[in-house]
Design a protein around this ligand. Structure first.
Ligand code: SF4
Length: 214
């Protein structure tokens, strides 16, 4: 079975609750959304991908010798069958997986495994994709998972706050400022409103800037 991948690289997890953990990133190709602030359009459209056998991809992953895998994109859930096949083998081999997904497609049952953390976006208006989010999918996530709001401006903050205050989520909630936006003002608003969430900026961009492959 072949899978479309954009890139594979070893770096620090830069986002969410696993921030700072050395991780192998597997970026799958293709996405049906077009977020205004997308930082990986090269994995969304165009021809910057290769189709590889899943077993070859696993061999490349094993060469890196890191048990933490982040499967990202693009939107990984578009390649359902291939992704389940890949995830099944990785779990059997003892890998811990973080799956990044945009919040409009239901993750398959294999991602309920306790060695998988689902990181699901709740798109805010600033992305232009807020109507695509399926709130019921966010409510189905477990305590092991995380919900990520990427916050661009005050309108996004108010939108995210409203959703957090009006809904019960078992998953941990992350507010992540868009790279280059004002982190301090976001933190001040969260403290003023005393929200039960976690603010985590993208540390890989603080370390290396907004460049590809880190
Ligand atoms: S869902 Fe993710 S990959 Fe797709 S356009 Fe939005 S940010 Fe980019």
């Amino acid at each position: 079975m072949k899978i479309k991948i954009n890139e594979i690289f070893f770096s620090l997890q830069g986002e969410g609750t696993q921030v700072g953990i050395p991780t192998t990133f597997v970026r799958l190709f293709g996405c049906s959304l077009r977020c205004s602030w997308c930082d990986s359009m090269y994995a969304v459209e165009g021809d910057d991908y290769k189709e590889v056998k899943v077993q070859e991809l696993i061999a490349d992953i094993e060469k890196i010798k890191c048990k933490n895998i982040c499967i990202t994109g693009g939107e990984p859930l578009h390649q359902k069958e291939e992704l389940v096949f890949l995830t099944n083998i990785l779990l059997e081999k003892g890998y811990r997986i973080l799956l990044e997904t945009a919040g409009h497609i239901r993750p398959m049952d294999i991602f309920k495994n306790s060695n998988v953390l689902i990181s699901m976006d709740c798109k805010c208006p600033g992305s232009g994709m807020d109507k695509k989010t399926n709130l019921s999918l966010l409510k189905e996530l477990e305590a092991k998972d995380q919900i990520k709001f990427v916050i661009k401006d005050l309108k996004d903050y108010e939108y995210a706050k409203n959703i957090v205050l009006k809904n019960f989520f078992k998953a941990q909630v992350i507010f992540q400022p868009v790279y280059g936006s004002n982190l301090e003002s976001l933190v001040n608003m969260v403290l003023k409103d005393n929200l039960n969430i976690r603010v985590v900026p993208q540390i890989h961009k603080i370390i290396w800037g907004d460049i590809r492959g880190v």
